[in-house]
Design a binder for this molecule. Structure first.
Ligand SMILES: Cc1ncc(COP(=O)(O)O)c(C=O)c1O
Length: 409
């Protein structure tokens, strides 16, 4: 029988329970554009900086010295040396943790998948803030869980109200997912809010899954981890942003709860065996000799702070009807474009499509981040240099001055 005549066989129904990530769709779109320089991307939050050159030299030398040692599997939890460096680093920031409480993962993405699948039973509820990062709802759904949304608003700087969280808690609440600094809003959670969540988790017995992918991408304020106060915290974090290495697919998970660590490792044995060793070799070096702090202080934060300032200033000047709350951290601004989408007769999805077709500017439609993101767009300020940030916003300003696009010409 030839391949063409094989009858289709049904795929798993779980594939219909969630939609594709708009951010991954943008990565595919940009790849198929083959680096077309006329495209300005405010799409995926990908660092445009090089990783520290010293790290690349280090990895090169280690591979040359003993290629086999750097190319094998590791234990499920990952390189002990890297976990020990991380435990030391976390101790300095107020979180007392042992190397044995840490698992190195394939990015924060795998850490979140493992954490959610280790604690959520079918029918359990997970509290999410609206808007928030796109990957939580599909992952909770895959685990059979149900999402309970807690709305936040730009007028309140997207700071959630603890009374709204209390109202969302039910006997089925298994976890809440915190993200600070936040994607898409750039909001940083206050210490009093994080403490209040830790108290609730203790009282009502649920986990706090804390996504700390952007914990060091801070322009104002201090990052507060629930792990400073609570043994209910399961922290999922990333090396993608802090070391500018998203393609090395590396992150980590830690918790003081040894049952959760055992559960996560049991799952990881069958999800990925272990994480990427060359990246772990490189990252061990990153946390030695003050390299990590130096790279952040001298390269990452000054570059991104400047770009954030350029983007927010140009937004105010060029698109004065776009209301936004200035981001305190992370890589994004999340303006409300309602007045522009309304004038053009579009919604945030068709706005993003038309903008790309006519002006070659990539933005992410806001509704993917939750119902309150409707008619917002997410703009990242880290992928383009300052001149192109301004040029991209000028192109958007020109685009929004067009006549209603929904009306027939
Ligand atoms: C909030 C948030 N969490 C997790 C991730 C995934 O990070 P990683 O590259 O470590 O998988 C991202 C990526 O942009 C993110 O924005």
């Amino acid at each position: 029988m030839s391949i063409g005549s094989i009858d289709p066989i049904d795929l798993a129904r779980r594939l219909e329970s969630f939609v594709e990530s708009p951010i991954r769709r943008i990565a595919d779109l940009l790849e198929s554009a083959h680096g077309d320089p006329s495209i300005i991307s405010f799409g995926g939050g990908e660092p445009s900086l090089d990783p520290p050159l010293e790290l690349l030299d280090w990895l090169h030398d280690e591979l040359a010295l003993d290629p086999h040692r750097v190319s094998t599997y590791t234990s499920t939890a990952g390189l002990l040396q890297l976990r020990s460096e991380l435990a030391y680093e976390l101790g300095r920031s107020g979180v007392k943790i042992d190397a044995s409480d840490i698992v190195i993962t394939i990015g924060a993405t795998e850490a979140l998948y493992l954490a959610i699948h280790a604690v959520v039973n079918p029918g359990d509820e997970v509290i999410l803030f609206d808007p928030t990062y796109v990957s939580y709802e599909p992952t909770v759904t895959l685990a059979g869980g149900k999402v309970r949304w807690v709305a936040t608003s730009a007028r309140e700087n997207f700071e959630p109200d603890i009374e709204d969280v209390k109202a969302a808690i039910t006997p089925r609440t298994k976890a809440i997912i915190l993200l600070s600094p936040d994607n898409p809003t750039g909001r940083v959670l206050s210490e009093s809010f994080v403490k209040a969540i830790a108290d609730l988790a203790q009282d009502k017995k649920f986990f706090i899954i804390s996504d700390e992918a952007y914990k060091e991408m801070l322009f104002e304020g201090r990052h507060v981890s629930p792990a400073e106060f609570s043994d209910k915290a399961i922290v999922c974090s990333s090396f993608s942003k802090v070391a500018s290495i998203p393609g090395f697919r590396s992150g980590y998970l830690y918790t003081k709860n040894s049952d959760v660590i055992k559960g996560v490792m049991k799952l990881k044995q069958f999800v990925s065996l272990c994480s990427v060793l060359p990246a772990q070799v490189m990252l061990t070096r990153f946390y030695q000799h003050g390299l990590h702090q130096k790279y952040l202080r001298e390269v990452v934060i000054p570059t991104y702070r400047k770009r954030r300032d350029v983007m927010t200033k140009a937004l105010r000047e060029l698109l004065p009807d776009a209301y936004f709350s200035p981001p305190q951290g992370a890589f994004y601004v999340f303006p409300d474009f309602s007045s522009y989408t309304k004038h053009l007769g579009l919604n945030d999805e068709s706005f993003a499509d038309e903008l790309f077709k006519r002006s070659k500017v990539v933005v992410v439609p806001g509704h993917y981040f939750g119902a309150s993101g409707k008619n917002h767009v997410r703009l990242t300020f880290v992928t383009e240099p300052e001149e192109r940030i301004v040029e991209g916003l000028e192109r958007i300003a020109k685009f929004v001055s067009l006549a209603n696009l929904a009306k027939p010409a």
